[in-house]
Write a new protein. Structure first.
Length: 254
């Protein structure tokens, strides 16, 4: 009878581990399909994020719960090392997935629902290459303008530089932008315009950055920047951080 109970516990533990491995595989498969599908234009951003990714996270939460149950069963096994190893490995994978997307949700809720940040809304910079940013609807533009004064964008302001030439600022800006990992797609010293694009690692979302460098009557250099996301209603604060990072790195280069 004792051997029968032990055998039954072993079978239960093995079954849970198999279910855990299967649901974790489904989670990773859904995430991979979502990423590849959007990157290669098989799926829309809505289908990739709101359907495939969402259900991948649900599946990951279920897998995480199974892994906790599996730990309890595996500790009772006579040969428990292999089961524990697999279970802990799966637990870590699912914990990373859940933590990552939980952070994204918190980030989304803590930032205003805007995706276009500028240091100058009165004389808004117009993109040279990706011109879809140049035609905002009136209500959308209103939200962008006044949302730009909310956290984390409240201290976004043009950069004023003294005792330096426009050409030096322009060339240092090119170096700074490349160091930030952006691809420069337009540059014109006479106009004082630099335009660059950044692609996110996983889904390949593209954000555009445009810089305007102008010499004032006082011989000071005024640098304005605008950063806008091509997709999504919220940028999770990325655009304001990009402008701040550019200004900080530029000042360190000069």
């Amino acid at each position: 009878m004792t051997n029968f109970n032990l055998q039954r516990q072993d079978n239960n533990a093995y079954f849970i581990v198999k279910c855990l491995a299967f649901t974790t595989f489904i989670t990773l498969a859904l995430l991979l399909i979502a990423v590849i599908g959007y990157r290669y234009n098989y799926f829309t951003v809505g289908y990739s994020l709101l359907f495939l990714t969402k259900y991948a996270v649900y599946c990951s939460i279920f897998s995480f719960s199974l892994s906790l149950i599996s730990v309890g069963y595996s500790l009772k096994l006579y040969k428990k090392f292999f089961n524990l190893l697999i279970t802990i490995f799966m637990l870590v994978i699912n914990l990373i997935i859940i933590s990552f997307f939980y952070y994204q949700v918190i980030n989304l809720r803590s930032n205003p629902m805007i995706n276009d940040i500028s240091t100058d809304y009165n004389n808004l910079l117009e993109f040279k290459m990706y011109k879809d940013h140049n035609f905002p609807k009136e209500d959308h533009y209103f939200i962008q303008k006044f949302g730009g004064f909310k956290l984390p964008n409240y201290d976004i302001a043009p950069l004023l530089l003294t005792n330096v030439s426009k050409e030096i600022v322009f060339n240092k800006s090119l170096i700074t932008i490349e160091k930030m990992g952006l691809e420069i797609i337009y540059k014109n010293l006479e106009e004082g315009i630099i335009e660059a694009v950044e692609k996110s690692f996983w889904y390949g979302f593209k954000d555009d950055l445009i810089i305007r460098i102008e010499k004032l009557i006082s011989d000071d250099i005024l640098v304005n920047a605008r950063s806008a996301s091509r997709k999504g209603r919220s940028d999770l604060g990325k655009n304001s951080k990009r402008i701040k990072s550019y200004f900080l790195l530029l000042k360190s280069e000069l």
